[in-house]
Write a protein that binds this ligand. Structure first.
Ligand SMILES: Cc1cc2nc3c(=O)[nH]c(=O)nc-3n(C[C@H](O)[C@H](O)[C@H](O)COP(=O)(O)OP(=O)(O)OC[C@H]3O[C@@H](n4cnc5c(N)ncnc54)[C@H](O)[C@@H]3O)c2cc1C
Length: 413
């Protein structure tokens, strides 16, 4: 692969092609636009639709003022964790738990990009992405759609073989994996699947300064399940039923749990539903991409999701910032964002959850009972040091986690 970035301007040929204008594609575009070295390179952004909707809410924790601070819809400096006989509030300092609405993110980046003459947009369903000449990858890659094609020196794709906000496509993907992919049979694969509602009461019912991060007092469906309650003001909150399991549920099943939970939490009170979101996020260390340079997988396709938690937004930011820094320096592109130490912890936790060695409710209850939120957030952000890791590990039973760790090591050997 060539380390230099050539400028191309002929029709259908670009320096960079971004395939998929979602969380990762638009984050990459954002950092490219912000680079004094790369901002005038020719860029083609392709998506099947630029008619964006508010299809997801991104929540994440951050210490400092972030790249999208102006888009923060709400933030909380206290979280709470609930399980049977356990209720704990934890201050998040020095972190803040933040929320961005998908539509605000999409609109902000797309409206800025549309003002740039070097950035081009193509609305099309991409059918194929391939290296132009396998013997000489510096020649770039080509993207094909019905009736058209374009070539790029670098192609960044976030096109998954399923859609994270369509549960039926996620379910079909699981089935095809089990049937067709022998490596997938070995890899542990859970879905973090959920349905959420923004509920609006006509009286104050929420404490808007506390984000209920995990309330395990809900049907566990033989897996790990919790309710997520994020108040936007005293009358309004995002309430989301989330499960880590092998199979997604039917919409009616999420609705039933949400209805019962809201009726129990707020007896006799009525509410309207202002918005709904559904999703299925892959929790796995299985590689979802088979691309090779100069095609790079980013976002969920590019293993940005943390396998043990499903959080991805901040890892996508790190991945896209790294890519832009490497492009600026003419370095080979590497897209890994998870340290091997933290990947090992993820594998162990995934193993424990997958094989039901310990209930998720009990694991997270113990972790939050014995540690500060900041230590847990650092651990889950892959930024904890070895002493903080040991502190988290001490919260968990050795008799379960040690054999799990050994099993993970043996599977890798
Ligand atoms: C409902 C929901 C809520 C989430 N909440 C959080 C959260 O709170 N915190 C967190 O850290 N993570 C969250 N995630 C996980 C992760 O951050 C997001 O899924 C994120 O959007 C992943 O970015 P991506 O670019 O990989 O995928 P997407 O954002 O899904 O982008 C993929 C893009 O590719 C396009 N595309 C797909 N196929 C084609 C094709 N054949 N041709 C052309 N275009 C195509 C799609 O239209 C889409 O725009 C959430 C995910 C979902 C689904």
């Amino acid at each position: 692969m060539s380390n230099t970035i050539s400028s191309t301007s002929s029709l259908g040929s670009y320096d960079f092609i971004i395939a998929g204008a979602g969380g990762a594609g638009l984050s990459l575009l954002h950092y490219l636009m912000g680079s004094s070295i790369l901002c005038s390179k020719s860029i083609l952004v392709i998506d099947k639709s630029f008619e964006k909707t508010n299809d997801r809410t991104w929540c994440f924790w951050e210490k400092e003022v972030g790249a999208f601070e102006n888009l923060i819809h709400h933030h909380w400096d206290t979280i709470s964790i609930h399980a049977e006989g356990f209720n704990k509030k934890l201050p998040t300092a020095p972190f803040s738990y933040k929320m961005i609405q998908g539509i605000d993110f999409y609109n902000a980046i797309l409206s800025k990009a549309k003002l740039k003459s070097n950035i081009h947009f193509q609305e099309a369903i991409i059918q194929n992405i391939k290296v132009l000449d396998a013997s000489n990858t510096s020649k770039g890659a080509t993207i094909e759609w019905e009736g058209g094609a374009a070539t790029g020196n670098y192609v960044f794709s976030s096109l998954l073989p399923f859609q994270m906000n369509q549960l039926t496509t996620a379910a079909a993907y699981s089935k095809s994996l089990q049937k067709n992919d022998s490596s997938a049979k070995e890899a542990l694969f859970l879905w973090q699947h959920f349905k959420g509602r923004v509920v609006q009461f006509n009286q104050p019912v929420f404490n808007q300064s506390v984000a209920k991060l995990m309330d395990f007092n809900v049907p566990q469906h033989g897996a790990t399940a919790f309710m997520y309650q994020l108040p936007l003001n005293e009358n309004k909150a995002l309430v989301e039923y989330t499960i880590f399991s092998e199979n997604v549920l039917s919409i009616a099943e999420y609705d039933q749990v949400l209805n019962t939970y809201l009726a129990n939490e707020f007896p006799g009170l009525t509410y309207s539903i202002a918005h709904e979101e559904i999703g299925a996020i892959p929790m796995t260390q299985l590689s979802l991409s088979k691309y090779q340079a100069p095609i790079y997988a980013i976002g969920a396709l590019g293993a940005a999701i943390k396998a043990s938690t499903g959080y991805a937004f901040q890892f996508i930011q790190l991945q896209c910032k790294n890519i832009v820094a490497q492009l600026e320096k003419g370095q080979p592109i590497q897209t890994h964002v998870h340290t091997s130490r933290h990947q090992f912890y993820d594998a162990v936790l995934l193993y424990v959850l997958y094989y039901h060695k310990m209930e998720g409710a009990e694991i997270f209850k113990r972790i939050f009972a014995k540690n500060k939120a900041a230590t847990v957030f650092k651990f889950l952000s892959n930024t904890s040091n070895i002493f903080e890791d040991l502190q988290i590990m001490r919260s968990l039973p050795t008799r379960i986690f040690l054999p799990a760790a050994l099993s993970v090591l043996l599977r890798r050997a």
